[in-house]
Design a protein around this ligand. Structure first.
Ligand code: PFF
Length: 447
């Protein structure tokens, strides 16, 4: 078993947490879900889900992780000894495996697009040509697999180097750069001719478009985007020192993640409308629109290279947090060497990833419950496993832990001062609101 690492500083924790949260979920998944779910009304429900549901889970995972200083399985074993609670750890491990399997396929696309940008392959391409290029990219057999393996390999190398020396270091540079780039693109996007329809789509809600599915998609996206319910936050929190203010860190993580999502929406939707692309284009949205915007910008080719590199980094900082869940579990529960845990995890993830990737092309006829393998992994993790993992965390903190233990963690053992009312309000959300609402949404939309 490897020696337990810890984060070096508060900023390091924030960068790692925000690195996990900000990723393809914000820049790739959020815009296309907004597009397919009718725009502003979806965003409003999404924001409500972040505030009322995802945030209490974020606190709960922080509490469980930091208090136990252990992996997803060991955490419940430590905090609820002599009970069956530890078995819930499997759900987190399963969820992380499922997400990283399709996530690394998309991560591979980002590398592919980085290479395309660096070799000027989008220059002067029309919207139709760019749509065709994306379709070609993802339906090919060999190249997406190669890129996926490269993506997984890099993820593994950083996890092997350790969170502090790998991810913390790179995130500090790349996250701010990514943010600046997305803002530049957003400004260009809103100043395009005919961009207004996109702004309206983003900010003028049409509530007639809302269905039970909208709620489930918004909930799943809120959890996916904040990385809650999969044990990533729990695992990272287990490396956080006793003196950190976890309420502040959770809020900062949620705010940076939400800002990224909204700015990504503003970067993409106006351009979608200005160029006459359909907002419900689906997973290709960001890969088609952004190259098109870059074609309209001075130094566009250079920005395209930077953007796809930054997108790749955003994806890597998230995939690492998923791999860490699995590796910490194998490492600590089976006393394996970190290297062995990583190799075993990679074999499993890469095998599943192959099916996810091929399901975009030669295996697209294979449908499970009406979905391609890729969509099945995506939807089942975001809409079922993450809510389930989140539900477990809030129920554990609200109903199994003692309120005094909860208060002790929230206040970092008395170091951080909160009024009794504030502590009580958080508790009320964790104990009653989050579990009831999550269970209602998931059960209603499933049946
Ligand atoms: N939050 C990441 C994103 O928005 O891309 C995805 C993610 C990371 C989901 C880690 C789940 C997770 F455990």
């Amino acid at each position: 078993m490897g020696k337990r690492e810890g984060f070096a500083s508060s900023f390091g924790v924030l960068v790692a947490m925000a690195g996990s949260a900000v990723g393809l979920g914000n820049l790739w998944r959020f815009p296309y879900l907004v597009g397919t779910n009718g725009g502003a009304a979806f965003i409003i429900i999404y924001l409500a889900c972040v505030l009322v549901l995802a945030l209490p889970i974020l606190y709960s995972e922080f509490i469980i992780g930091r208090r136990s200083q252990s992996n997803v399985f060991g955490a419940y074993k430590k905090l609820a000894p002599d009970s069956k609670w530890c078995n819930v750890g499997f759900i987190y491990v399963l969820c992380s495996i499922t997400i990283i399997s399709f996530y690394s396929v998309v991560g591979g696309w980002t590398i592919d697009y980085f290479v395309k940008a660096a070799t000027f392959q989008f220059s002067s391409a029309s919207a139709d040509q760019l749509s065709g290029m994306f379709a070609n990219t993802v339906t090919s057999t060999a190249s997406p697999l190669v890129y996926m393996l490269v993506f997984l390999g890099i993820t593994a190398l950083i996890v092997l180097a350790g969170v502090k020396n790998g991810i913390e270091k790179y995130s500090k540079i790349m996250m701010p750069l990514l943010f600046i780039l997305v803002i530049v693109i957003a400004i260009r996007s809103v100043t395009l001719e005919n961009s207004y329809a996109g702004i309206e789509f983003l900010f003028k809600p049409d509530f007639s478009k809302i269905t039970a599915q909208t709620f489930l998609d918004a909930l799943g996206q809120a959890f996916f985007s904040l990385s809650v319910g999969s044990g990533s936050i729990l695992t990272y929190a287990s490396y956080v020192s006793r003196k950190e203010n976890i309420v502040k860190l959770s809020a900062q993580t949620a705010i940076s993640d939400t800002m990224f999502a909204i700015v990504a929406g503003v970067a993409i939707m106006p351009a979608v409308f200005a160029f006459g692309i359909s907002p419900s284009e689906g997973p290709g949205l960001v890969f088609v629109t952004l190259p098109y915007i870059f074609n309209q910008l001075p130094f566009g080719s250079f920005l395209a290279v930077l953007f796809f590199f930054a997108l790749f980094i955003a994806a890597i900082t998230s995939s690492i947090s998923m791999l860490e869940v699995i590796v910490a579990y194998l490492d600590e529960e089976f006393k394996l060497k970190r290297r062995t845990s990583i190799v075993l995890s990679l074999i499993l993830i890469a095998t599943l990833g192959v099916f996810c990737s091929l399901s975009q092309g030669i295996m697209s006829d294979v449908k499970i419950l009406g979905n391609s393998i890729f969509d099945l992994f995506d939807k089942s993790s975001a809409n079922i496993m993450l809510p389930l993992g989140g539900l477990i965390a809030v129920i554990f903190v609200g109903w199994r832990m003692k309120k005094a233990e909860y208060a002790d963690e929230i206040t970092s053992g008395g170091l951080v001062k909160f009024s009794k009312t504030t502590v009580g309000i958080f508790y009320f959300f964790i104990k009653y609101i989050a579990p009831v609402v999550i269970a209602t949404i998931v059960i209603r939309s499933l049946f």
